[in-house]
Design a protein around this ligand. Structure first.
Ligand SMILES: [Zn+2]
Length: 258
């Protein structure tokens, strides 16, 4: 009896996996044009045509949409020292919504005026929530990559971490992707001589995302520039980033399977 159950389970999970692979292959092979662009981090307007994660601060939680995906978090610039517990409670409550795909942007910023140990406290809290609720992190990191790598190791975090607006060196990109982190590039790709334009060539494509952030730019343009800088077909890039999205957000992969 027990064995029969196992077999049935195995067969049905095999069929499910097969269906998924089939669906995915049909989607990406025959219809890469129909695949949506992924904008992993934007402050722009909701747009159903794009697979986007709109960034919201806790104070914007009343603008949450039932249709679009978003990330919610406490940015290091806006940390309120006295409000740690109430902010933590608020965040823990709001991120349970199915459309809240990630926590962020959050992180560490050595250029802003907020006390660094306080930034660390808020960041560690958001890492814990990310692990507990299985929501990846979208990171804002300025001149604090050593601290970021140390905390990734120390926390033994399993969730995906996506560094947004990456503009660092090839060496730094190697270190971060080597630890399993994802890097997202945006506006800086406009300048062919920027660090981002050089670095993007060197990172594994399965660790890459693209974004519009706060800039008035279309994600299509960022894809076009990224493809140009990397030297890859735009259609290939579209497939890869779609697949990266499903990798990082397995719930969306499951939805596609069902
Ligand atoms: Zn942003």
């Amino acid at each position: 009896m027990f064995e029969t159950k196992i077999n049935i389970f195995n067969v049905s999970s095999l069929i499910n996996s097969f269906n998924f692979i089939l669906k995915f292959c049909i989607l990406v092979k025959n219809d890469s044009e129909a695949l949506k662009y992924v904008d992993i981090h934007t402050h722009g307007n909701w747009n159903a045509e794009i697979l986007q994660i709109k960034n919201l601060a806790l104070s914007e939680a009343n603008t949450i949409s039932e249709n679009g995906f978003y990330s919610l978090g406490i940015h290091p610039w806006y940390i309120l020292e006295t409000d740690f517990q109430s902010e933590e409670r608020k965040l823990a409550n709001l991120i349970t919504h199915k459309n809240c795909l990630a926590i962020g942007e959050c992180g560490l910023d050595k250029i802003c005026n907020i006390d660094f140990s306080n930034q660390m406290r808020f960041f560690e809290m958001q890492i814990q929530l990310s692990e507990k609720h299985e929501k990846p992190l979208i990171l804002h990191i300025v001149k604090a990559f050593n601290e970021l790598m140390a905390i990734r190791k120390k926390s033994k975090a399993q969730q995906a971490w996506i560094v947004h607006g990456f503009g660092g060196s090839i060496e730094l990109a190697r270190q971060l992707t080597g630890m399993g982190l994802y890097l997202s590039f945006g506006q800086q790709l406009k300048n062919e001589f920027s660090k981002a334009s050089k670095t993007i060539k060197s990172i594994p494509l399965n660790k890459l995302f693209l974004e519009t952030d706060t800039w008035e730019v279309f994600i299509e343009e960022i894809y076009h520039l990224a493809a140009l800088r990397i030297g890859v077909e735009e259609g290939e890039l579209k497939k890869q980033l779609f697949s990266n999205f499903l990798e990082v957000f397995p719930d969306q992969k499951r939805k596609l399977m069902s």
